[in-house]
Design a protein around this ligand. Structure first.
Ligand SMILES: C[S@@+](CC[C@H](N)C(=O)[O-])C[C@H]1O[C@@H](n2cnc3c(N)ncnc32)[C@H](O)[C@@H]1O
Length: 476
């Protein structure tokens, strides 16, 4: 018995030793590119940096980065402000709108319908509203026509969103949706945007990374968990009026002169491609972008389709839609099954090979498989998720290389992760893949973090607990 246990542990120790060896080698390899970047505060690389930025802060998308980050990278690197920018994981469009404000054309790809809806509404608002439209919004704020509106328009729910709101809030939402029907498409879109922006604040839930957390007042208490209190739950009337005022004040302060008729002030320089970047990237023209600024989902098991379930239900998705959406998302949850990447694009074989031959990744995969066979993983699908994440990212990186013009840069925000006691240096692995696909890795900028991020430790092969980084790669 003892012998068996020892041999099991020694195999595990050997696999860990391999990881340490390859990680150290790769960190040594990228030593001159990797540095702590004091200007990259946690705030600027996260949604926090948008907190007081009108329009960017209407909808709280915790996975977003700040407009300031985009402005910084586009304006501090040669070529960033000319031509056309792409974000293959556009989220709520931070890259797109921040680029557009600098008069740069921007294309974005986004799969999650809530991100698409926010982007489309903002593009529509960029084009301006007529005085009739703004008067109408003012009327909605002052008259609150949903109150006592006779018809209620119900919204869909699925298992994980059932009972998400107090019953009087459900009634108000349904009457609001009913009253919206008589409005023009434009006004409807703004009213829908405002509704989507307040859902979390009027619900019993709070977005919490991997799932929705439920306040104990909902009556949904998970056995064995401490009852959760999210704090104040806003009334529908209060929340929606505040949001409509916020949107209206932005519209009126950003559009001059306001005209009586709905003319287009400017054509938007933003294009949204709704769908999966795995499907859409191969359709984009070769060497057509002067920069890519993006942040893919992290390999951290966060499930956007669960976290944003309230919004997806309000947008009319059904349970089956959400399940297939989850499979289309870049693999970063244990539920993602393996994608048939070569079926999506037969040209991707070399990209997949690069991921399959990445030494550090292989040692991580071997270790995770071994832990799985010993029953020591808290979820047996973690190895599949990790493998899928890097194969899919290799294809995304290969496509990004193809669509960038020579010498153009790709800026990527991403986090390292940890599973089964080992840190996965996502930054080093993706940078190595990028290098093998033809990029020059110019910088791996480490966001200064918690304890342990000292420069001495950086000197020790940069093995800092769970680095958050911005990678700067240049297409050769
Ligand atoms: C970290 S967030 C990006 C946030 C964005 N930088 C912003 O500021 O709003 C990653 C995004 O990738 C999207 N996504 C996941 N899989 C995708 C896919 N296959 N194609 C396109 N977008 C995808 C997610 O829905 C999410 O919005």
């Amino acid at each position: 018995m003892t012998f068996q246990k020892d041999s099991v542990d020694s195999r595990s120790d050997n696999l860990r030793a391999d990881i340490t060896k390859f990680d150290t080698e790769l960190a040594e390899d990228f030593k001159s590119q990797m540095s702590i970047a004091p200007f990259l505060s946690r705030k600027i690389v996260s949604f926090q940096g948008n907190k007081s930025k009108p329009a960017y802060n209407w909808y709280k998308y915790k996975e977003a980065y700040s407009a300031g980050l985009v402005e910084y990278f586009l304006s501090n690197y040669e070529g960033g402000t000319q031509g056309k920018v792409l974000d293959p994981f556009a989220g709520i469009g931070t890259t797109l709108f921040a680029a557009s404000e600098q008069d740069i054309h921007a294309d974005g790809i986004e799969l999650l319908p809530i991100g698409q809806e926010i982007i489309q509404s903002r593009i529509m608002l960029q084009k301006g509203l007529s005085t009739n439209d703004t008067d109408k919004l003012e009327w909605w704020i002052s008259s609150q026509p949903w109150k006592g509106y006779p018809e209620r328009t119900p919204f869909s729910t699925f298992r994980i969103t059932e009972g998400a709101y107090p019953s009087d809030t459900v009634e108000s939402i349904e009457r609001y949706r009913g009253a919206m029907h008589q409005e023009s498409e434009k006004i409807k879109a703004i009213l829908r945007l405002a509704l989507l922006c307040v859902l979390e604040s009027i619900s019993y839930t709070r977005k919490d990374g991997q799932y929705l957390r439920w306040d104990a007042r909902s009556g949904k208490i998970r056995p064995g968990t401490k009852p959760f209190d999210k704090g104040e739950i806003l009334s529908f009337d209060f929340a929606i009026i505040a949001k409509l005022k916020e949107i209206l004040s932005y519209i009126t302060s950003h559009q001059t002169p306001i005209t009586l008729f709905p003319i287009l002030h400017t054509e938007s320089n933003i294009r949204l491609f709704p769908g999966s970047c795995l499907e859409i990237l191969p359709t984009l023209e070769t060497e057509s972008y002067t920069a890519i600024m993006t942040s893919p989902p992290y390999c951290n098991r966060y499930d956007y389709t669960r976290t944003y379930a309230l919004e997806l239900a309000m947008l009319g998705l059904k349970h089956e839609d959400v399940c297939s959406l989850r499979q289309e998302m870049l693999s970063c949850t244990v539920e993602n099954r393996e994608k048939d990447l070569l079926n999506i694009c037969p040209n991707w074989e070399p990209y997949i090979d690069v991921a399959n031959n990445q030494k550090l990744l292989n040692s991580i995969n071997a270790y995770l498989e071994n832990e799985k066979s010993l029953g020591r993983l808290n979820n047996n699908s973690i190895p599949r998720m990790v493998r899928g994440y890097f194969s899919e990212m290799a294809c995304v990186i290969g496509e990004c290389f193809r669509v960038l013009k020579p010498n153009a840069r790709l800026f990527m925000v991403n986090d390292n992760v940890r599973y089964a006691g080992i840190g996965i240096s996502v930054d080093l692995i993706l940078s190595d893949i990028a290098r093998k696909l033809g990029f020059e890795v110019e910088k791996i900028l480490v966001v200064p973090g918690k304890k342990g991020n000292s420069s001495q430790q950086m000197g020790m092969y940069g093995r800092i607990p769970l680095r958050k980084c911005v990678y700067v790669w240049r297409r050769r």
